[in-house]
Ligand binder design. Sequence first.
Ligand code: FES
Ligand code: FE2
Length: 365
Amino acid sequence: MPERSADSPVRALDAAYYTDPARFERERDRVFRRTWQYAGHVSQLEGAGDYFTFDVHGRSLFCVRRPDGAMAAFYNACAHRGHEVVSGSGNRRVLVCPYHSWTYELDGSLRAAPGADRVPGFDPSCISLTPVRIERVGGFMFVNLDPHAEPMESRYPGLGAALGEYLPDLDRLRPAFTRTVIERCNWKVSVENYNECYHCRVNHPTFASGVVDPDSYRIVARGRMLRHATSSATGEAMSYRIDAGAHPRALEYRSWFLWPAFSFQVYPGNVLNTYHWRAIDHRTTEVTRQWYSVGGECPGALRRLAEQDADTTLAEDIRLVESVQRGLESGGYRPAPLVIDPRGGLESEHSIAALYAWLHEAMEA
Ligand code: FES
Ligand SMILES: [Fe+2]
């Protein structure tokens, strides 16, 4: 991170931040394995014993619903000799490791190990799967591999309450439409692009005139969260129909970006959608866009909005971020100052400076 004095501008980061595989490996440890990562949605765990496996930066994990209804997350590693206990997704009354049939309860405790009763000193009550921290925001489950990590409410203060103000049915929302794309760029290129709207008017004509009002666009940092706020586009330019009387905040746009790799967005009309970034390697990022409705139905209007977004904003951003990556890899990139307006506003990149600070904080910790 470049040093700067109080009156010198913040410069963009050197290309190596985005092109160096060794730096990316350090980020996996210091950023992704110590922050809250999206695991999945509770609709994947409707009944006791439902489970699904997933991966957080090379760490094999699974989530399961316990008999008492609570969600649990574990490293997917048998305490015996390490075989993965479950694969894919499904439902289990107990968790039986396929290697030597050690059997665990849904709370991770060891229930039986064949032949272990003949082992002097073998105490099954001392053996269990290794739990992982898990928290929920509405139906969205997040895990953190750092047992000492601060809870989500202190990293992302007020998030649950704010979402509830826009989404009275938050707990009943289910995924209705999903689009996953691969971006050939470093994850920070994509996340930084998401978190400024300086490029919106030039590059996102549909979003900047048919979804939101760019003039009132504001981004504010709170905790390790960036809140984007503006109002909906107005009049003929609006690209989809909204029932303005359906909710007091129907004509607003909000987004809450959760450092480092997830975002809740509420489009005008109180339409929840999310971004989930998965950094695959130093120059490959998987981005999943998901749209939600009560019960998970996908009526035509929601499908049209999701497809419009995929065909415009998402596609336009892919072209931008992949071009940025090629520029960063050109060998001739010399970072210039960010455009930071002390008053904030659409054309200010203060949010990029916040992302740099959080990256620096994580890498120095
Ligand atoms: S590794 Fe799981 S039972 Fe042996
Ligand atoms: Fe964009």
